[in-house]
Design a protein around this ligand. Sequence first.
Ligand code: COA
Ligand code: AMP
Length: 633
Amino acid sequence: MNYAALYQRSIDDPEGFWGEQAQALDWFRPPQQVLGRDDQGLHRWFQGGELNMAHLALDHHVNQGRGGQTAIIHDSPATGTQQRYTYTELRDAVATCAGALRELGVAKGDRVVLYMPMIPEAVIGMLACARLGAIHAVVFGGFSPHELAVRIDDAAPRVILTAGCGMEFTRVIPYKPLVDEAISQARHKPEAVVVKARPQADAELQPGRDHDWDALMAGASPADPVPVDATHPLYILHTSGTTGKPKGVLRDTGGYAVALNFSMGAVYDLHPGEVFWTASDVGWVVGHSYIVYAPLIRGCTSVVYEGKPVKTPDAGAFWRVIAEHGVKTFFTAPTAFRAVKKEDPDARHMADHDLSCLKALFLAGERLDPPTYDWLKRITGGRPVIDHWWQTETGWPIAANPLGIEPQPEKSGSATFPAPGYQVEILAPGGERLGRGEQGHIAIRLPLPPGCLPTLWNDDARFRSSYLERFPGYYDTSDGGYIDEDGYLFVMGRVDDVINVAGHRLSTGEMEEIIGSHEAVAECAVVGIADELKGEMPVGFVVLKDGAEVDHGTLETDLVEMVRRNIGAFACLRSVAIVQKLPKTRSGKVLRKSIRQLSSQAEVPVPPTIDDPSSLDEIRDAMHEQGIGQHKG
Ligand code: COA
Ligand code: AMP
């Protein structure tokens, strides 16, 4: 197949293109209109069509005679266990869980929050919501009770699904006390909490509100899939914006199903019966799309991994899982491979495993840095190593090497070409289109293809102001980059205050709000600076209130603890420097970009709008003193 022709058709005739793709799915009622607008004027795909995501992911395959095929393999080096579910077994478990939720009062349109580790019940719980037409909001298990409470208040769930604990390497993290704490902090109180017991930790159940997962399932009768409109929300997934209030990215059902099914063939080149492994977490968009929904809609086998790239038990963990389960395509974040490379630079562990099954590697979550790309190319003997770019908002890749359409020559550092449906352009700050090789804002011309967010949960206004207003007629990605002479897209990083730490998206604005609440702090700036392992690491610069008496060590310990407590340990704020003044423009805007540049460059241009150039020297000195950044000069 010819990529260029297929891509052009998707842009010239989106309705024809996606209308055809939609025919691959088992709808209860076919769409009446491929692309339309809702009463708010926002684009909507496949209105009038009726379907059910759990039906597509499970019942459909069982009905087609593939019920005996493995749907998921749970592989947990963290607990030393493995478990397989065939499509029939998974369908039955999901139907029972949906029945149990229904008995707890959950109906179409109700919300259910999941705070789960990487166990089969996380997948079962998500699909059970989908079966009822209930809207799930999964919260990553690393988030603090405070962050969980914020999401509970936003989603207002009837029920919370959780488990006795999560595992961090071999450390047991009891979840129930975190959930209890979150509920006590939240204004909204769920009616029920269902807890999957795990042998590693006891969970105390509150009578009248809490239920043991297994006991509840034992008494439940199975529920059938509930047909929903294509535009019905499948889930809310909160993601970091530039302030402390996360954005509730909304996902519809029909557009998402069509896009995921298409991407499994076009991007990942995966077919029914093949094994796909995405080493991420169900708490992130990558987990929603490529651990749960896409592989199952496609009829593949999905590996659900509860472990780490290293130390569970060693840097050979990825190779062991790939060989043991016959993984054809493996997808993870570059930071995970940097962790492997650090411990096993010559990839000696690979020799212990037969990796002939492995056909391609996909990387996302942050830019695949050229040194890691080169290393992966070398150790995998030249197999495709594909950097692909996407966001929580889009739900599937915006740009990728289209392996299943027509593989393109790889270029290190590039996410290759836009996926069909995405009209990607580079814009100047004023909105003019830039030419090849010119760096600017990456924007996507509307309409976005199916699968991308139609709006934010309960907040059309924020959707418009965050994404549509800056460049009229476009979706603003908040990423910057350029398209080279050959049309390859290079995504170079965020242009807003969002940073990427070990593949996790975090808001520096939120960290500033937390640090700013300390009694000794007058003002502060948090910037992400380059880190060899995690891509970026947040560093705080604070100005103390006049007369504040606190020594640096105590303040740093306090602030690090406050960020851990309010967001979670994975936020990784480790260093805080005290300065007399933050570099600002004359109008009072903090010059974060200059601070970032100081961490990696000896010479940083002094912005003409700066109020006091000596403030930059002070930041430079503070970085030297504390060994912050890679600047040695
Ligand atoms: N629950 C509780 N705590 C968690 C957590 C979770 N799910 N995930 C991370 N944390 C904690 C860690 O235990 C650690 O705590 P500590 O400071 O007390 O030691 C802290 O958050 C930082 O964790 P992390 O940034 O993950 O660093 P690490 O050194 O433990 O591991 C990697 C480094 C590279 C192995 C790990 O970050 C990794 O696997 N990253 C891949 C991420 C990924 O797949 N992203 C996909 C998005 S597409
Ligand atoms: P998230 O919403 O958590 O998936 O994070 C999305 C952000 O991660 C994007 O806006 C980018 O800044 C970054 N990102 C993800 N994948 C890539 C990639 N392949 N190349 C560059 N940046 C990426």
